[in-house]
Design a binder for this molecule. Structure first.
Ligand SMILES: [Ca+2]
Ligand SMILES: [Ca+2]
Ligand SMILES: [Ca+2]
Length: 438
């Protein structure tokens, strides 16, 4: 389970123990008469023994718990305990006057103090929103069987999220995946008969990623701009070309800039339905400004350049860093006229190219069956110079690019048709770069 947790920070384990020992004393001897301390201790012991003694002279806590699990017995025991306490209180009044000098024993702490300890998570742990968080706790020194305690778990932000009794051995495990993004102080509070109460807290963070872009709802969200033949399909996805010949389209976001550094991007793709070309690509382009981005996209090559070829032999923006994942369904061969690169395989392929050059194919793999008009889940992880791409959960690229220095930039999509055609669709884009608590 811990592997599911995103732990961005650890601090030294500091179990927060808030022990309200006095409530234990109050419960059983009402603390009315200070000279009775020695009797109080005796009374507590007597009470404890009264609870356990009837069934098990060994005073084993677990034995007690089992014996008291019978609900019919519990009220009787409680009554007996109360009676004992009352009797002791009245008894002590007589010795009080006779022996008032027992007062110095008062500082003795009650023998029993209900103690709670949250053992997991650790203070400062951070969890990804929506993933299960497991809280583990231990209750010790309970004067009554642990499973007779009521325990609630409360978040400072979201309120109550769990409520039930601990196990007979005092252990407790609760799980929630419902905590909202933010800093939480999570408090467990145990209560029992007669005002018995104790609590413990731990502070954790819950972080979330930027929300996925679903392209649903009939309008493009903030910052998305269309170029050429691309459009938002009313069904809630991006279409780069449609099935017409000679199309070139792109859709980029000009307001949200991707940061440099490691990144995880997921997107869904679909192609096919036509006569088989050319392909489409997702790009992150580090243009200086939205205006430069627009110029770059408008200048990018058609056909085999898949609408993103702005550098190398395809264009003039050689100094603009770019990262591209292409899904290429047409084999191009350099001719110096309208084709400026040779693809690495005659087969359909996925490729990682850099800096606007559709010919540099730093990493690639054949994807012979991609023109199936079905949605495929693509996940791209950039970690330093390593790039891992999965399709429908299967690794298709896992490699190292010496020249890679991911600089972020504007993210978007492009695609082309030529004499041959296909649909070229994208949907459900999510960028995971920084899981934010605040
Ligand atoms: Ca959609
Ligand atoms: Ca091609
Ligand atoms: Ca290619």
């Amino acid at each position: 389970m811990n592997s599911d947790h995103v732990m961005l920070a650890h601090r030294t384990l500091i179990a927060l123990l808030l022990t309200l020992g006095s409530s234990s004393g109050c419960t059983f001897d009402s603390g009315t008469t200070d000279p009775a301390t020695s009797n109080t201790t005796a009374s507590n012991t007597a009470t404890s023994n009264a609870t356990t003694g009837g069934t098990d002279a060994g005073d084993d806590v677990q034995d007690t718990a089992i014996a008291d699990a019978d609900p019919a017995d519990a009220p009787d025991d409680t009554t007996a305990a109360m009676d004992t306490a009352s009797a002791d209180t009245s008894d002590t009044r007589t010795p009080d006057t006779a022996a008032p000098d027992t007062a110095p024993d008062e500082p003795d702490a009650p023998a029993q103090a209900l103690t709670l300890s949250i053992t997991s998570p650790r203070p400062g742990d951070i969890f990804e929103q929506g993933r299960a968080i497991t809280f583990e706790a231990q209750i010790t020194n309970s004067p009554i069987p642990a499973e007779e305690l009521s325990v609630v778990w409360v978040s400072s932000e979201d309120g109550l999220f769990a409520s039930r009794a601990p196990e007979a051995d005092g252990q407790m495990v609760v799980t929630t995946d419902r905590l909202s993004r933010g800093d939480h102080t999570v408090t467990m509070r145990a209560t029992g008969p007669g005002g018995l109460e104790a609590e413990a807290s731990v502070s954790i963070g819950v972080c979330s990623w930027t929300q996925p872009e679903t392209f649903d709802g009939g309008a493009l969200g903030e910052g998305w701009e269309t170029f050429g033949s691309a459009y938002l399909d009313p069904n809630g996805w991006l279409e780069m070309t449609g099935l017409s010949m000679g199309q070139q389209g792109a859709i980029f976001n000009t307001s949200n800039i991707i940061n440099p550094g490691n990144i995880s991007i997921t997107v869904r793709i679909l192609t096919g339905g036509g006569t088989g070309a050319d392909g489409f690509a997702m790009s992150v382009i580090q243009a200086e400004s939205p205006e430069e981005l627009r110029q770059i996209i408008n200048s990018a090559g058609s056909g085999g350049a898949l609408g993103y070829g702005y550098g190398g032999d395809w264009g003039t923006y050689d100094d603009v860093p770019g990262f591209h994942i292409e899904f290429d369904t047409w084999y191009n061969v350099y001719n110096g006229g309208n084709e400026f690169h040779t693809d690495p395989t005659p087969e359909n392929h996925i490729g990682v190219t850099l800096d606007g050059d559709p010919g540099n194919h730093y990493l690639w793999a054949e994807l012979p069956n991609i023109e199936d008009q079905r949605w495929h889940d693509i996940n791209i992880e950039i970690n330093g110079r390593n790039v891992v791409v999965t399709m429908d959960g299967e690794s298709v690229i896992d490699g190292f690019i010496e020249q890679l220095d991911f600089k972020g930039g504007y993210i978007g999509f492009s695609g082309t048709t030529g004499y041959y055609t296909n649909y070229h669709r994208f949907d459900d884009l999510q960028v995971r770069q920084e899981c934010l608590v605040e």
